[in-house]
Design a protein around this ligand. Structure first.
Ligand code: ATP
Length: 231
């Protein structure tokens, strides 16, 4: 039986220095995001956004300060339990040379065909898929068709959604879709992620549309924090 977290995340005075480059990617940042909330992290390239996500997945540990999940220090939690609670949509989606269906099911091998279709609908890629001759059995990659950047991103979102994680981390994964498609997906996420902790990282302010909280990062520092209305 997998043990998962509720998904309440808190950063307390977190600093991250990449020792090999001596770059201080995050400088004393604090914020909180609770189960059911959506946090948008907006900032220019290199401002430290992806570093925050790497810390949450514990790919790296803070140089100083504390990160907690459900009030437990992240350093004390079981990594398997942590990672099974988290779904990540990376900046550059990695798709296999296999069917679209299997690429989506990679997020959850036990998923049914209906689950695959539902996830693709939420990710706003279902209509594209059914226009291919082989639909969900369409092969991607060297032996098959090449998806556009935006289609790849949406297949990758479907893959994360089908896992049904408590915590969803979206790393600038809407950068290649137009603003109308972005809005559709954000509205769908608002519904699917009602009881999840969602963190959406973007360089575009439009990605913060439905966020409960917004953090603006600049050079590793939080320069603004608040709601859409406040900012
Ligand atoms: P982007 O929008 O371009 O993805 P970002 O806001 O996500 O940028 P980060 O990827 O968190 O920014 O990078 C913050 C800073 O840390 C940058 O100056 C980057 O060069 C540096 N950095 C990131 N990862 C590493 C690493 N593994 N080793 C050394 N330096 C790194």
């Amino acid at each position: 039986e997998k043990m998962t977290f509720e998904g309440n995340i808190a950063f307390e005075n977190v600093t991250l220095l990449y020792e090999d480059t001596n770059i201080k990617a995050l400088d004393n940042i604090s914020f909180e995001v609770k189960k059911g909330e959506t946090l948008a992290i907006i900032g220019r390239t290199g401002s430290g956004k992806s570093t925050i996500l790497s810390l949450i997945s514990r790919l790296i540990d803070p140089s100083s300060g504390n990160i907690t999940i459900d009030n437990i220090n992240l350093k004390k939690v079981n990594l398997d339990n942590l990672r099974s609670s988290i779904g990540v949509v990376p900046q550059d989606a990695f798709l296999f040379s296999d069917t679209i269906k299997n690429n989506i099911k990679f997020g959850n091998e036990n998923a049914t065909d209906e689950d695959v279709i539902q996830a693709a609908k939420y990710a706003d890629v279902h209509d594209n898929i059914i226009n291919f001759k082989d639909q969900y059995d369409t092969i991607l990659g060297e032996r098959g068709i090449t998806l556009s950047g935006g289609q790849k991103q949406r297949v990758s979102i479907a893959r994360a959604l089908i896992k049904n994680p408590e915590i969803l981390l979206l790393d600038d994964c809407l950068s290649a879709v137009d603003t109308e498609t972005e809005e559709t997906i954000l509205n769908n996420l608002d519904i699917v992620c009602k009881n999840k902790t969602t963190i959406i990282v973007s360089h575009r302010v439009s990605s913060a549309k439905n966020a409960d909280k917004i953090i603006v990062l600049d050079n590793g520092k939080i320069t603004q924090q608040g709601t859409h209305y406040q900012l």
